[in-house]
Design a protein around this ligand. Structure first.
Ligand code: HEC
Ligand code: HEC
Length: 338
């Protein structure tokens, strides 16, 4: 016990030594230690602000038309709501729904298939993906190094007159790792400042029994790869983690997504196949228990949810909405640019 306590204090000190007090990053009360390695990318206000400018700047794409925010829109929890799969450069459509970017510091694998282990390196994927930003790192760095504005700002943060790949990638991570949502009604209830309605309480109980094993509080994801009974789409041909590992046993394993702000992050699932939360709840009511498609945590679902139970669950899921996150001015398109 004491050892565990000392380890947690030690970890907190490590985090705080690497996050300067001006940075918007914080650990909400009662939350576990983040898994992000802050020592590898110490956070500061200036780095966060530079990451924010770049997140909203199409300069990162080949033809300067697509920014990160084209697909990751704040008011929907940093995903996109207007189509199932991501739309990138030249109107090209990818095969996956953009995941919400929320509380990423607590995750240790990224993308729907868990194909990326470190947030610091992640941005190279959208920047070079031919259906997203379709750029080369060489070209991005050339563009940034030719911009007196960015040269000055990178110099302020990194103390170097030349912009290199790690500076860019870590700066992007400094922004995305700071997108914390911890001020929903659910959180207020946990802090004893608000109360659930009777319906929300009933929904919470159902949630704890049937959903929490994978969508684990307080992050509402265990961060692990699981199967939740979706069928394989023979057009999109997305087999999840198998595409990374090459192993049949990993077929249809997808990363458990957070349910924070779920009311606003539609459409749902890795390919955006469900438009409404009602459809999702109907799905969990009628999963054929085929071993190859369903992880063991879902075996507790022995009978369909009644209409009432679905409404109760829905009411609970809506308590995870956090308007102070979706409309947080610190995360918006930066004003006073250039
Ligand atoms: C064309 C749309 C598009 C653009 C542009 C885009 N993304 Fe994404 N983003 C996606 C999709 C789709 C995924 C899921 C990819 C996968 O699972 O293979 C994703 C995944 C992510 C993830 C992983 C989240 C998680 O929980 O696993 C992060 C972080 C991220 N994007 C940040 C960025 C940043 C930073 C940029 C700009 C440099 C960016 N994205 C540009 C569509 C986009
Ligand atoms: C076995 C673990 C597991 C359990 C238990 C589970 N889920 Fe899921 N859930 C997942 C996975 C994995 C996905 C993503 C699947 C995909 O896209 O291929 C998901 C996706 C979702 C989504 C869509 C999220 C998004 O951003 O697209 C919602 C909503 C959801 N689950 C709600 C629930 C509810 C409500 C319950 C309880 C009735 C539940 N889940 C139980 C693993 C689970």
């Amino acid at each position: 016990m004491i050892e565990k306590f000392l380890v947690s204090i030690f970890l907190s000190l490590l985090v705080w030594r690497s996050v300067d007090e001006t940075s918007p990053f914080y650990i909400p009360e009662g939350w576990p230690e983040p898994s992000y390695y802050f020592e590898g990318n110490p956070l500061s206000r200036a780095k966060f602000e530079l990451g924010r400018s770049l997140f909203y700047d199409p300069i990162l794409s080949r033809d300067s038309t697509i920014s990160c925010a084209s697909c990751h829109v704040q008011f929907s929890g940093f995903t996109h709501v207007d189509h199932p799969q991501a739309h990138g450069i030249d109107g090209l459509v990818g095969t996956r729904n953009a995941p919400a970017l929320i509380n990423l510091a607590w995750l240790d694998q990224f993308n729907w298939d868990g194909g990326v282990a470190n947030l610091n390196g992640h941005s190279i994927n959208p920047i070079t993906n031919p259906k997203e930003m379709d750029n080369s790192m060489e070209d991005v760095l050339k563009k940034l190094n030719n911009s007196p504005y960015y040269k000055r700002r990178f110099q302020e943060v990194w103390g170097d007159s030349v912009i290199y790949t790690p500076y860019l990638l870590k700066t992007m991570a400094a922004f995305t790792v700071s997108l914390i949502s911890a001020n929903s009604k659910y959180d207020q209830v946990q802090l004893g400042k608000e109360q659930f309605t009777e319906q929300e309480t009933r929904g919470y109980k159902l949630f704890q029994k049937f959903c929490n094993s994978c969508h684990t509080e307080p992050l509402f994801t265990s961060g692990q790869l699981k199967r939740n009974g979706l069928s394989y789409d023979s057009e999109l041909k997305d087999s999840g983690h198998k595409m990374i590992s090459g192993k049949n046993k990993d077929s249809l394993l997808f990363k458990v997504p957070t349910l924070r702000n779920i009311e606003f992050s539609y459409p749902y699932m890795h390919d955006g196949r469900m438009k409404k939360l009602k459809e999702v709840l109907q799905h969990y009511s009628n999963i054929p228990m085929i071993k190859s498609k369903v992880s063991k945590e879902l075996k507790v679902l022995k009978k369909p949810f009644s209409d009432h139970e679905q409404k109760d669950l829905l009411a609970f899921l809506k308590t995870l909405s956090d308007k102070s996150f979706l409309y947080n001015k610190e995360f918006m398109f930066p004003k006073n640019e250039r």
